[in-house]
Design a protein around this ligand. Structure first.
Ligand code: GH3
Ligand code: MG
Ligand code: MG
Ligand code: MG
Length: 297
């Protein structure tokens, strides 16, 4: 089991915290809390992958802790295992109904605790992998639209905090239907993969982002870059794609072009990132109507 997992152990008794630490220290990174208040603070700061939660604690019960964890967007999805001396069927039922993924009775048998923790961490690992896959476009391997929506909201907030400009570019392949019609759909797919790789190569600064938004349309995000910088960047991309030779099955090299629409804002209010996308999309429309293979801002 890899140690890049973090497990939060919450127990008011030092002896229990020590026992669990000895038991799990080679499985994961451990964070300890001795009461409910500490548990909530550490869960939100450290974003552990799993929480082992005592029920009977003096200030705040484990049940109160899990209720608060489930109310908060930032901690809702962290799996919780109760470890408790309250082991009646009713107690177990209550714990599971509050959203715990498992229930371990005290006094616990150490190898069973370790095995259950391992099992739950394995589930966490599988879930992470699925989440990553769900954010990738399966034709090109670059991030997909779902990832874009998340990233745009994130970058908008970050640029708002630091008073930075955020630039967004929508790029659409020109007359792509003709490429499919002339060379076939498989060749069209290859062209999409090549364009995706070229765009990925172009956005190499940390924080820059590119995704396949859908069909033959890509979106690029450049945080911290103003309209002038982003326009120049978009035009470089346009020139690069227009001169990039693409191999085809019949040996005739294929050339394609992009139309790009861009928009830049310095965010001043939260949650209007949609307007940035719409402005860039409108600019793309103008680029198409002005004759394609060009950048419009
Ligand atoms: P425009 O310059 O106005 O953008 O013309 P266009 O032909 O690129 O645009 P249009 O929207 O008419 O056609 C887009 C084409 O992209 C049609 C569709 O079959 C093709 N396409 C969308 N997704 C895929 C894909 O995953 N693989 C392939 N090969 N083609 C795709
Ligand atoms: Mg206790
Ligand atoms: Mg097109
Ligand atoms: Mg299109």
């Amino acid at each position: 089991m890899s140690t890049d997992f973090t497990v939060l152990v919450v127990d008011d008794e030092k002896h229990n915290r020590q026992l669990l630490t000895e038991l799990l220290q080679h499985e994961c990174r451990l964070v300890l809390a001795k009461n409910g208040e500490q548990a909530l603070a550490r869960a939100s700061e450290q974003q552990p992958d799993l929480i082992l939660l005592d029920v009977v604690m003096p200030d705040m019960s484990g049940h109160a802790v899990i209720r608060q964890l489930k109310e908060d967007d930032g901690t809702r999805d962290i799996p919780v295992i109760f470890i408790t001396a309250l082991d009646s069927f009713d107690d177990q039922e209550t714990g599971l109904e509050l959203g715990a993924v498992d229930y371990i009775a005290k006094p616990f048998h150490p190898p069973i605790v370790r095995a259950r923790v391992r099992n739950h961490l394995r589930l966490v690992e599988q879930r992470r992998l699925l989440e990553q896959l769900a954010m990738l476009d399966n034709l090109t391997g670059i991030p997909n639209r779902r990832r874009f929506v998340e990233t745009l909201a994130q970058e908008w907030r970050r640029c708002l905090r630091h008073a930075l400009p955020l630039s967004l570019i929508v790029a659409d392949i020109d007359h792509f239907k003709r490429i499919n019609d002339t060379y076939g759909h498989a060749q069209g797919d290859d062209a999409l993969r090549s364009v995706a790789q070229a765009l990925k190569w172009a956005v190499h600064r940390p924080g820059d982002f590119v995704c396949r938004y859908g069909g033959e349309e890509f979106v690029l995000l450049l945080p911290g870059v103003d309209a002038d910088g982003a326009f120049a960047f978009a035009d470089c991309v346009r020139q690069h794609i227009a001169t990039m030779p693409l191999q085809t099955a019949n040996g005739k090299p294929l050339q394609l072009t992009l139309s790009l629409g861009g928009a830049s804002h310095v965010p001043t209010v939260p949650d209007v990132s949609d307007a940035l996308f719409l402005a860039a999309d409108r600019a793309l429309y103008d680029a198409k109507h002005a004759g394609r293979n060009r950048v419009v801002w």
